[in-house]
Write a protein that binds this ligand. Structure first.
Ligand code: BTN
Length: 239
């Protein structure tokens, strides 16, 4: 049984865990009715109203933590599928999508202590916002489960099921999850734009490496990219 701390309002559930790390047990999860200053990857804000479910899970020394977001992504897809009855896929490295819309993002943050590392797996699920919310936020590629799957599951059930499944997948190695991850990726075989602080490159995504890096073929040959370095977009849009 997961220890689920349910807050009314918080700046960021990831930041809450960081502030309270000394009092919190490993394996606990934190959620909130409203998150007011959520953080996304690459230093972006994570826009939300009360229709977004913020969830952060505290893990002690999970194996292969560089590939943890990928395993968490599979865990989220499995729960969405069970509760909403629609296929959920992954846009590399870890955007959870239904059709061509992002319904969930994942931000893992690591804290290293003398006795080992602790990782916060932060998951933002768009549960029940409407199209006007995403329009106002300037997020044309995002949608809620209600919009993309036609139903919004209970927030409590989503939070506890995702937390349980993330803990299960986090205990597995990436090689044990590799086939499942690859099968869910929408990028393989597609032309992608790889955006880094140094500029943009166009290439074809051809595979996933054993360490979770995206394997691409460009005009100068085959190369790999890691998720910390870049964003990947489709040739003409989000996917
Ligand atoms: C992304 O950029 O796609 C990742 C978004 C992660 C958002 C979640 S919401 C819960 C947790 N708390 C945060 O401040 N961020 C993560």
């Amino acid at each position: 049984m997961i220890e689920l701390i349910q807050l009314d309002e918080v700046d960021s559930t990831n930041s809450y865990i960081k502030r309270h790390i000394a009092e919190l047990s490993d394996g606990c999860a934190v959620t909130a009715r409203l998150q007011t200053a959520g953080r996304g990857r690459h230093g972006h804000d994570w826009a939300a109203d009360g229709g977004m479910l913020p969830l952060s899970i505290l893990l002690a020394d999970p194996p292969e933590r560089d590939c943890l977001t990928a395993r968490a992504g599979i865990a989220v897809c499995e729960v969405i599928e069970r509760l909403c009855g629609v296929r959920a896929s992954i846009k590399w490295p870890n955007d959870i999508i239904i059709g061509s819309h992002k319904v969930c993002g994942i931000l893992c943050e690591c804290m290293v202590f003398g006795d080992g590392a602790r990782v916060i797996v932060g998951i933002g699920v768009n549960v029940s916002q409407d199209a006007a919310f995403f329009e106002r936020a300037g997020l044309p590629h995002a949608a809620s489960l209600l919009m993309a799957a036609g139903s919004a599951p209970s927030r409590d059930e989503l939070a506890s099921s995702i937390a349980e499944n993330v803990i299960k997948r986090a205990a597995m190695t990436f090689s044990e999850c590799y086939d499942e991850y690859r099968a869910r990726l929408v990028n393989i075989g597609k032309t992608v734009k790889i955006i880094s602080p140094d500029g943009e490159t166009t290439a074809t995504a051809i595979d996933i490496a054993e360490n979770g890096f995206l394997v691409c073929r460009g005009e100068n040959g085959v190369f790999t990219v890691g998720s910390g370095e870049v964003s990947v977009r489709g040739e003409n849009g989000y996917i």
